[in-house]
Design a protein around this ligand. Structure first.
Ligand code: NOJ
Length: 561
């Protein structure tokens, strides 16, 4: 009996990654150590103490493998090598060692939906239809002299590219230089498992799996009907017929035996599917990145528009995921920012007059939720959008293609730039702001991407003030590690129709935590729990009379009853 109880305790014991916070590094823009203008591994090592001080326990680093860099590393040409722009394999091994010394785990980004067209597999594949590597990719014959179907690339234009020497097209859901892999081919899968094992043997702690829910395409890849504004072919490859099988196979061969932490990037995925990916019983992934909440300002589902969001919509999306994932044993990865998103502070709040309050509000709302929180580099010092004013300042293919598309459709240049300033992912790719010297202490050379704005927020300047954003994050990270209500409690949305204030309750046994956040610059009076005490607030105190609180502009409170 005793043994049985102990076993139950062990099963329900939370995993370390469920209590920890993850920090995302976009290495190119994080810290340059050799002044060539590109961030590198030695730069990351030099900042490990900073990250340890913040309190995070895992780092996710976006791809650093050999790549021509058309999509900043998401176009891999050699899975087995570190790109020299970031350093050497020795540097990488040292990074692992130094991180582990500080009890920080390293999660590598892994791109398995596509490779670069400079990968040796693809170079072989286009040699002839009989080449053994030809079937590693998705080639199709023309139909009536045209593309095999009407799917649209996520980077604009057709998703097919013609290869005259083969008289065939290949599928590329992303950039034309990023051909999609054919996961139906067992030999390809075997090669992938071997490669994942190579990294496991290096001693890494897990993978963030890029667009992993797109790897299994519907057999004959039919035309899309374009019935809804978001139709572009995605219905035939998102969460496709064999995707769970393939991921389970990776779990059995690599993730499980190595006790990996894995997070799947799952765009356009319903909750029912996200549950399947992350329910531990199914042995697939640890947690899910989903994107519905960061599409809340798309107009009719379209990204490249000037959009506005309603707080009630944002609350409803987040709440749906909170409740249904928890109820069905799924696990959320919580985030506002990453390298593909404009900065949330610029997008949803005020990155000017109430910048500190807004940054802390976002932190508090995220860390109050159920799931594993992520911080994207610079979020802990309230970095804001880059707001580029000229298309020449952009490097990102997705943004440049979108700009050209907008002009083709008749949008004037000024509006097109305004749309990019709101929606482009380049907004969050400018160098990390370490201090206020030239190029913000990121490099002494010419940065690969420049920040053209004068900003007085940096790690050094922010941390020189008391009660700063960085220390607010430190408090939240600490709290998450120990507070059972935050880790395991249920979630309930209060006042779904309130378009100014977001409040919710987390509950575990008889303990309740209330998070209440004013998303406007107007003062708001609201009712809070009786007899509760303040755990954390972005103004440092609370203004209340009995259970009525007067929320100041962008005020956010975490209260315990
Ligand atoms: C998602 C990555 O986060 C993004 O940066 C990349 O462009 C696409 N996947 C394609 O790999």
């Amino acid at each position: 009996m005793k043994k049985c109880l102990k076993e139950i305790e062990e099963i329900t014991e939370m995993q370390q990654w469920q209590k920890s916070t993850v920090y995302q590094i976009y290495p190119r823009s994080f810290q340059d150590s050799n002044d060539d203008g590109i961030g590198d591994i030695k730069g990351i090592i030099s900042r490990l103490d900073y990250l340890h001080d913040l309190g995070i326990e895992l780092i996710w680093i976006t791809p650093m493998y050999v790549s021509p860099g058309n999509d900043n590393g998401y176009d891999i040409a050699d899975y087995y090598q570190i790109d020299p722009i970031f350093g050497t394999m020795d540097n990488f091994e040292k990074l692992l060692k130094e991180a582990h010394k500080r009890d920080i785990k390293i999660i590598m980004d892994m791109v398995l939906n596509h490779t670069s067209n400079e990968h040796s597999w693809f170079k072989e594949a286009i040699k002839s239809k009989d080449n053994p590597y030809h079937d590693y990719y998705l080639f199709k014959d023309p139909v009536d002299g045209h593309e095999p179907n009407n799917w649209v690339s996520k980077f604009s234009g057709s998703a097919w590219e013609y290869v005259p020497s083969l008289n065939q097209y290949y599928l590329h859901l992303y950039d034309v230089t990023m051909p999609d892999l054919n996961w139906r081919n067992p030999e390809l899968r075997q090669k992938i498992f071997e490669m994942l094992t190579f990294w496991a043997n290096k001693g890494i702690d897990g993978f963030r799996l890029d667009v992993i829910n797109n790897i299994s395409k519907t057999k004959n890849m039919p035309d899309d009907t374009f019935e809804t504004p978001t139709d572009d072919g995605r219905n035939f490859y998102t969460n496709g017929p064999h995707v769970h099988e393939y991921i389970h196979e990776m779990y059995r061969k690599v993730f499980g035996p190595n006790n990996f932490v894995t997070v799947g990037e799952l765009s356009s995925t319903p909750i029912s599917e996200a549950v399947k990916y992350t329910d531990p019983k199914r042995e697939e992934l640890s947690m899910a990145f989903t994107f519905h909440h960061v599409k809340v300002d798309y107009t009719n589902g379209k990204k490249w528009t000037l959009g506005h969001y309603k707080l009630t919509d944002l609350k409803s999306i987040i709440s749906d995921w909170q409740i249904k994932m928890h109820k069905n044993n799924g696990w959320n990865a919580l985030f506002w920012n990453n390298h593909d998103q404009p900065r949330a502070i610029s997008r949803f709040l005020d990155d000017n007059k109430y910048r500190d309050e807004s940054a802390k509000l976002l932190a508090l709302v995220e860390f109050g939720l159920q799931g594993t929180p992520y911080i994207y580099q610079g979020e802990e010092i309230a970095m804001k959008n880059s707001y580029f004013t000229d298309i020449k300042q952009y490097k990102d293919h997705e943004s440049i293609n979108a700009y050209n598309d907008l002009l083709k459709k008749g949008t004037d240049k000024k509006t097109a730039i305004k749309i990019l300033q709101q929606k482009s992912r380049e907004n969050s790719r400018i160098p990390m702001q370490w201090d206020l010297s030239e190029n913000y202490g990121f490099t002494k050379g010419m940065p690969w991407i420049k920040s053209f704005q004068k900003d007085n927020y940096s790690v050094k300047s922010v941390r020189s003030h008391s009660n700063n954003i960085f220390s607010f994050y430190q408090n939240l990270i600490k709290l998450r590690k120990t507070n059972k209500t935050l880790m395991e409690g249920s979630y309930k949305l209060l006042d779904p129709e309130d378009n100014s204030v977001y409040s919710y309750i987390r509950q575990k046994d008889d303990k309740r935590i209330m998070v209440i956040a004013n998303f406007t610059e107007k003062e708001q009076k609201r009712t809070i729990l009786n007899d509760c005490k303040l755990i954390l607030g972005n103004y440092g105190n609370i203004r209340k009379t009995s259970n009525i609180v007067k929320l100041r502009p962008y005020e956010a409170l975490m209260l315990e009853q």
